[in-house]
Design a protein around this ligand. Structure first.
Ligand SMILES: [Zn+2]
Length: 412
């Protein structure tokens, strides 16, 4: 471990730099909480709402800063105590074969990070979200969700990891094969998630006959967008926060709406929100985002190839006897803060898509008004930051800030 090792320097600058960048963004964002309510929001935000928004956003920021600080401390602690070298040596003596030993190592690290993350999750759900009246999750549901998540991660993640480890043990072109494998796996997951994974956590029920269902079907027909079925998700069992949701590939689509969205909005508003989602599908946004994702993961695997073949990556973390598994873990520690450099690229694309989908929605329902009022309600109900700092937006927002979307729609 020394400053003459480029991996050591790149890891240190990445990990510590990313922490500080986020910290600066958090403080800049907090400093704008006291700003006046934007003119366009004055009709829905009362002075009390403003006070509650300030309190809520401050609590969320406090939690984020503590969480980031803990992550930094644990990462540096593991790194500088030599824990990775020790763990790798332990893994080598497990006796499950190279792949089995590798899975043991990754499993131990994953389990450890899940346990360490649990108090923060509890604080978020039963502290902050409960205090502001958003949380409807019982402790039982919360724990069951975590348990199901762990089982799913094991069932879906371990076979993939085993294949990746096998590839990197056996093939000089492992990075290329892994890239293809992970891409196919990702597509498979997008297909599996709404059909088999989400129903494990949420109840999907067919939307009852009535005005809303008719209005949605009429919109779909007008937009030549074949809908297979419309269901309602019991989001309210966990949170009062509303969300739209939209799934399906190919010829027929499934639309799923959170009950919380239905409760708080008029039929016109819900139809406009759906028109926005249909806009994403009609305008070909999904394939473009998938392609960008593929390019980024291709870059990652190419760099992983470089890392695994460079002894200095291992010595930067005090690992004397390199294995593929520990190499992958170390590489991800080095790479993940730097991968955030691509975030602005990803959000640039997604911001453009949001504006396009907003315009599509306004044109399909003949007016921007229902989407405008739905977005204002959502922002109000979620106690969203009304005047986020541009640096924070640049770093974290996948969607344009509300005021930008509203003023773009005003011009339509
Ligand atoms: Zn959107």
């Amino acid at each position: 471990m020394s400053l003459s090792n480029p991996w050591f320097v790149v890891a240190l600058v990445g990990i510590v730099g990313w922490f500080h960048l986020k910290l600066v963004a958090d403080f800049l964002n907090l400093s704008r909480l006291g700003n006046d309510v934007p003119e366009v929001m004055k009709d829905v935000v009362t002075p009390e709402d403003r006070e509650r928004t300030i309190a809520y956003q401050s609590s969320v920021a406090r939690l984020d800063v503590v969480e980031d600080g803990l992550t930094l401390a644990v990462t540096l602690g593991l790194w500088w105590s030599g824990a990775f070298g020790w763990l790798d040596a332990r893994a080598a003596s497990v006796g499950w074969g190279t792949i089995g030993n590798g899975l043991w190592l990754m499993g131990v690290l994953f389990a450890g990070s899940s346990v360490l993350g649990l108090p923060m999750d509890l604080w978020r759900t039963f502290g902050v979200e409960t205090e502001f009246g958003f949380n409807n999750t019982s402790l039982r549901t919360f724990l069951m969700d975590r348990l199901k998540g762990l089982i799913l991660a094991a069932l879906l993640g371990l076979p993939l990891l085993a294949l990746l480890l096998w590839l990197f043990e056996h093939s000089p072109l492992a990075a290329l094969w892994s890239w293809l494998l992970v891409s196919v796996w990702g597509l498979l997951m997008t297909w599996l998630a709404p059909r088999f994974i989400m129903p494990l956590f949420h109840k999907f029920e067919p939307m009852p006959e009535g005005e809303l269902r008719d209005a949605i079907l009429k919109l779909a027909e007008r937009l030549k967008f074949p809908v297979a079925d419309i269901s309602v998700i019991d989001g309210s069992r966990r949170s009062t926060k509303a969300n739209a949701f939209f799934v399906g590939f190919g010829k027929t689509r499934r639309i799923a709406l959170f009950d919380t969205l239905i409760q708080g909005h008029t039929t016109d508003e819900i139809v406009a929100v759906l028109a926005h989602e249909i806009g994403h599908a009609k305008l070909g946004h999904v394939p473009r985002q998938i392609i960008l994702g593929l390019v980024l993961s291709g870059i990652m695997f190419a760099l992983l190839h470089v890392g695994l073949h460079d002894q200095r990556l291992f010595s930067a973390f005090g690992v004397a006897h390199p294995s593929v598994a520990v190499g992958m873990v170390l590489f991800m520690i080095v790479y993940s803060p730097w991968s955030r450099l691509f975030d602005p690229l990803v959000s640039l694309l997604s911001r453009r898509h949001e504006f396009e989908a907003d315009r599509f929605a306004a044109e399909s329902v003949g007016s921007a008004a229902p989407l405008v009022s739905a977005l204002k309600k959502l922002s109000h109900d979620h106690l969203a930051h009304l005047t986020p700092h541009p640096f924070y937006v640049w770093l974290h927002y996948s969607h344009p800030p509300l005021t930008e979307r509203l003023s773009a729609m005003e011009k339509l």
